[in-house]
Design a protein around this ligand. Structure first.
Ligand SMILES: Nc1ncnc2c1ncn2[C@@H]1O[C@H](COP(=O)(O)OP(=O)(O)O)[C@@H](O)[C@H]1O
Ligand SMILES: [Mg+2]
Length: 507
């Protein structure tokens, strides 16, 4: 995205969030894209549609401008060339006809009878036909017509009755023909010559076709220039939108470059100011939470130590005090867990929790992680999945499995199996149970912080904190994967953790 000369700049090398394929139907995916949220995705779609419209409009305007301009130039060129070509041609044809009439004149003596042959000898060219009206008789070179056809009556009248030269463009057998009539006064005859104009018409057609083609090319060129200009003009907007999406996706250090687009200085600097404030505020909140957690830990440790002393003397206590002690112990345990979980999640938020990725075999990783929880759960590895390799932070993966098995223990009487499968690019580790399952409306929400499902609330006080699955989601996201829950057959829940697989071993 941050092309040379671009607007976008990352001040810190941001983590590369991998986006996996969509979750199966009925499942609630959580992971990299969860942070941006469905609202983010919707925004993205809306942006794309709006940009497409604007780009198309600019392109269309350029194309339209080019079409109007080139069309006007083509029309002016065509009509001026056409009129000058036709005028010139008519003048020269009239001149030719006059010359022929002049030549024929001596032959028109009262004694000459072979007028037809005379006419063919005098015609200006082989292509033209001649007609003669002499002593009330018509003579013509073309056998195809009988005079005075195809001459229009008006033209014949003009020459034969009014004794003036006249000309007219007529159509003979579908072809344009230029008819010139000359009055030969000494012989009292009307001489007509018909010149085919098809050559000129063809030339003009070729000219018209070339001009139309040129204007089409110019229009396409205009559209191309328009699309290029639209891309250039919209690039800063795209980059700003991308930067906003990046910030929404958790990369708070994303900023816009201010030097590249002087016109947008106000936009970029206010965007960057806003991002600075946002980052500052979030970081302040994160450090506050983490400070609070640290401050809570030491009194809690003292409290737990004192309780341990009291628990050692439990038998000596009266009944009521014993019940009070049990209640206090349960609450302190829960409080400790809450503080531990909060500390863990605030460390992830602050980016303080290190990521130490190592290459491990999928089968080995799952076996070791399940073994670490000391819960006997059958592990089933599908096909060749145990021979595939993943790049993970083992500590985080162990936390994911521990939290999922812990929940299965609490809410479903223990996990029934851990199933491992692998596709070409991803591994799926599913923790299954046959407990009450998760209602569809809770499947996404239970991954939120402090969100406890209906089964969790039923269990009352002293149990969970509502942070277990939020921690699972955060760790999975850091590992480049996703997590979701789906029904496990008719009863129970299946929590699926999807991680990217290595194509081949790195070492
Ligand atoms: N295996 C499970 N079966 C049924 N419900 C579950 C299971 N795992 C989690 N849940 C539900 O998801 C909620 C959130 O879990 P979690 O984030 O671990 O918080 P907590 O366990 O502290 O309540 C729980 O309150 C519970 O309602
Ligand atoms: Mg839990």
């Amino acid at each position: 995205m941050s092309a040379p000369g671009g607007l976008l700049r990352r001040t810190r090398s941001g983590r590369n969030h991998r986006h996996g394929p969509g979750a199966p139907d009925g499942a609630a995916p959580l992971g990299a894209e969860h942070l941006a949220g469905p609202a983010g995705a919707q925004e993205d779609g809306r942006h794309r549609r709006r940009h497409l419209g604007l780009r198309a409009r600019i392109t269309l305007l350029f194309a339209l401008g080019a079409a109007i301009l080139s069309g006007t130039i083509a029309a002016i060129t065509y009509y001026s060339v056409r009129s000058s070509v036709l005028d010139q041609q008519r003048a020269s044809l009239t001149h030719e006809a006059s010359a022929s009439a002049y030549l024929i004149q001596p032959g028109l003596s009262p004694t000459a009878v072979y007028y037809a042959r005379l006419l063919s000898n005098t015609a200006s060219s082989d292509a033209s036909d001649t007609l003669l009206f002499h002593h009330d008789h018509w003579y013509a070179t073309a056998a195809a017509f009988t005079p005075p056809r195809p001459l229009p009556r008006a033209l014949v009248d003009m020459v034969a009755s009014q004794h003036t030269a006249a000309s007219q463009t007529i159509v003979v057998n579908g072809q344009p023909v230029y008819a010139v009539g000359i009055w030969i006064s000494p012989a009292q005859s009307a001489y007509f010559e018909l010149f085919p104009l098809s050559e000129a018409a063809r030339t003009l057609h070729v000219l018209l076709a070339s001009l139309l083609l040129a204007s089409l090319v110019v229009t396409l060129g205009g559209a191309l220039v328009g699309s290029w200009a639209a891309n250039r003009a919209l690039r800063p907007l795209h980059e700003a939108a991308q930067a906003a999406l990046d910030i929404a996706g958790g990369r708070l250090d994303t900023r816009l470059e201010t030097e590249d687009y002087a016109d947008l200085a106000v936009l970029t600097s206010s965007f960057n100011r806003m991002a600075d404030r946002l980052q500052e505020r979030i970081e302040r909140e994160v450090s506050f939470t983490s400070d609070v957690n640290h401050e809570l830990r030491s009194p809690l440790t003292t409290l737990a130590a004192s309780l341990a002393v009291l628990e050692g003397r439990r038998d000596e206590l009266p009944d009521r005090s014993r019940r009070a002690l049990d209640l206090l112990s349960a609450e302190v345990r829960r409080f400790r867990r809450l503080v531990d979980d909060l500390l863990e999640i605030s460390r992830i938020d602050a980016g303080l929790s290190d990521v130490s990725m190592s290459e491990v075999s999928l089968g080995g990783l799952v076996r070791a992680s399940v073994a670490a929880t000391l819960k006997p759960v059958p592990i089933e590895l599908e096909g060749a999945s145990s021979e595939r390799w993943v790049l993970v932070d083992k500590r985080r993966f162990e936390r994911i499995i521990a939290n999922l098995l812990d929940n299965a223990q609490h809410y479903a009487g223990g996990a029934t199996r851990v199933a491992v499968s692998a596709s070409a690019t991803t591994a799926r580790v599913a923790v299954e149970d046959e407990g009450p399952g998760i209602p569809p409306e809770e499947r996404e929400r239970i991954f939120d912080r402090f969100s406890r499902g209906s089964s969790g609330r039923r269990r009352g006080l002293g149990e969970g904190t509502g942070l277990g699955l939020a921690i699972v989601a955060e760790h999975t996201r850091v590992l480049g994967g996703r997590v979701w829950v789906e029904p496990n057959g008719a009863r129970g829940a299946r929590f699926v953790v999807e991680l990217p697989l290595l194509e081949e071993r790195l070492s």
